[in-house]
Design a protein. Structure first.
Length: 143
């Protein structure tokens, strides 16, 4: 099973947009963002579309077209990014009902739901403490 990289791609795109803005570039094209992520511009446009629907980026059409942050990078948390691009639960239960006649099958859902809810709350709390500005600062200091 492959890990979901949508949050990583979106965070990368936002950090690149933040750096470009800091360097005086108002917008970046999806091709420029894709070059940094090293992926297809179509994937970037899908991700940026999700981020736009969440109000994190905006697009300028026509001459000088491109994408830009809609809010300062310090006001965009990784939790905002996660909510924009990864709406499914962090961990899911069985897709079908387990065997309720089995002692484990009968009790596993409520127990795992409690554990998964606790893990999700912790995950979300960590993401809420980190902003795109924080990421960019750490990236630039690691150089």
């Amino acid at each position: 099973m492959a890990a979901n990289s949508r949050v990583t791609i979106a965070a990368h795109a936002l950090a690149w947009l933040a750096l470009a803005h800091h360097q005086g570039r108002e917008v970046l094209t999806s091709e420029e963002v894709a070059a940094s992520v090293n992926t297809n511009p179509v994937i970037i446009r899908r991700s940026l579309g999700d981020l736009q629907r969440a109000g994190l980026v905006s697009v300028r059409r026509g001459t000088g077209a491109g994408w830009r942050l809609s809010r300062p990078p310090a006001e965009i948390s990784l939790l905002d990014v996660y909510a924009a691009v990864a709406p499914e639960p962090l961990v899911a239960l069985h897709h079908s009902e387990p065997n309720l006649l089995c002692p484990v099958g009968h009790g596993i859902r409520p127990v795992l739901t409690e554990v998964y809810d606790e893990a999700t709350d912790a995950f979300r709390a960590v993401l809420a403490r980190q902003s795109i500005a924080d990421l960019l600062e750490r990236i630039m200091n690691a150089r």
